[in-house]
Design a protein around this ligand. Structure first.
Ligand SMILES: Nc1ncnc2c1ncn2[C@@H]1O[C@H](COP(=O)(O)OP(=O)(O)OP(=O)(O)O)[C@@H](O)[C@H]1O
Ligand SMILES: [Mg+2]
Length: 365
């Protein structure tokens, strides 16, 4: 899988810009604040419909402008596709070959990317939301139909919250929402459990290849709707929701479910969120992302595009070399941003296409 070119219009600090990429390693260099992260963000946005650094669509549009867009021409299973998203009046519309798509479920999975950025340390150190987001993003790529379950579940929780927040909700008014919640939650919990199992096995193997000294990496999905290691069942979920009724009325919101579940990450038997050092955290994130790449590769029969934003600046020499050699082995298309072009040596100048990013303009050098 590869991105042949990218066209941005009023996206972040890009007014109107087109750039063609090489199928190998693309190194994007430039001083601080020039648009390197914005460019990588645009590609990730075209691939998933989401930004890796903001939940507000308006942030992605050039300040002062009402609409913006990002389009990529890609090669996918030997066919060329034109994919893109237009943001207008706070809404996004996906396009495939010039035709608008009805939902992002039709769009997801066409361009697979895996991005590493400094904010990914939050996957280990941040709130459970960060880990759920990682799982859900990749589950949606592997099984685009799940997007419908996530959306329906989210809507049901919102409606039930609205009822609960009034403080006098009765069982009869809550029950129909519990039905809908259980119907989608069972699929979400089982998809997450399955994904975490597959991810965990791969991540542990990759982690031990360059960070064995930190101890074994283990992932466990923690759900209020399923016992560890057993699949969720709708009847069981309904019983749990029934037992939570009084507590939910008291809190005025949905107390349990996939929207509050978590994935526990441990290294050497210790909770990484609490115990992992900066370098250990980075290594766990690297192992998780490389494991995601393997899973996507197996499912899609094509290797995802790897996006590395500013990773070099965060790593010590040994682990940095280990990461880049693992990546170089993969023969994937890679886009790397850095303030200095010194990574050129690791990948070899003949394999690297070099670009400069300056004030929202990208030029090959
Ligand atoms: N919606 C927007 N409209 C216009 N400019 C924006 C918008 N969002 C961000 N910017 C600007 O884009 C510029 C480039 O940001 P970006 O994060 O891509 O920099 P960078 O090249 O990655 O820098 P660094 O090396 O510091 O990470 C910043 O000056 C920022 O103010
Ligand atoms: Mg940046």
């Amino acid at each position: 899988m590869q991105i042949n070119s990218l066209k941005l219009f009023h996206f972040r600090n890009f007014i109107e810009e087109s750039v063609s990429f090489s199928g190998g390693v693309n190194l994007l260099t430039g001083s601080n604040g020039q648009g390197k992260t914005n460019l990588v963000e645009a590609i990730s946005f075209v691939s998933s419909g989401r930004s890796f650094r903001t939940a507000r669509l308006a942030d992605l549009v050039l300040s002062g402008s009402r609409s913006g867009s990002a389009f990529a021409s890609i090669s996918h299973h030997q066919t060329d596709l034109d994919l893109g998203i237009v943001i207008e009046r706070g809404k996004k519309t996906g396009y495939i070959n010039g035709e608008p798509v009805k939902t992002l479920a039709d769009y997801a999975g066409k361009l697979l990317t895996v991005a590493f950025s400094p904010s990914d340390l939050e996957i280990v150190k941040g709130a459970p939301f960060e880990r759920r987001r990682l799982l859900d993003r990749h589950i949606s790529e592997l099984r685009p139909g799940m997007i419908i379950d996530y959306a329906a579940y989210g809507r049901a929780v919102k409606s039930k919250n609205a009822l609960l927040s009034r403080g006098n909700a009765g069982r009869e008014s809550i029950m129909p929402w519990n039905e809908i919640i259980a119907e989608h939650a069972v699929r979400i919990v089982n998809a997450r459990q399955e994904f975490v199992r597959a991810l965990g096995a791969r991540a542990a193997r990759i982690h031990s290849a360059f960070a064995a000294a930190d101890g074994e990496l283990q992932l466990n999905y923690k759900s209020a709707f399923a016992e560890a290691g057993t699949a969720a069942e709708k009847e069981h979920i309904l019983r749990v929701l029934e037992l939570e009724f009084s507590r939910e009325v008291e809190r005025g919101s949905c107390a349990v479910g996939p929207h509050r579940d978590d994935m526990q990450i441990s290294i050497g038997g210790k909770d990484a969120r609490v115990f992992a050092s900066q370098g250990q955290t980075r290594s766990v994130v690297m192992a998780l992302k490389l494991a995601v790449i393997e899973l996507l590769e197996n499912a899609a029969g094509e290797t995802p595009v790897i996006l590395l934003d500013d990773v070099d600046s965060e790593l010590d020499a040994a682990r940095s070399a280990a990461l880049f050699s693992l990546i170089a082995e993969r023969q994937s298309q890679v886009l790397i941003t850095a303030t200095e072009p010194r990574l050129l040596e690791i990948f070899g100048a003949q394999r690297c296409a070099l670009f400069s990013v300056e004030s929202g303009h990208v030029k090959p050098i």
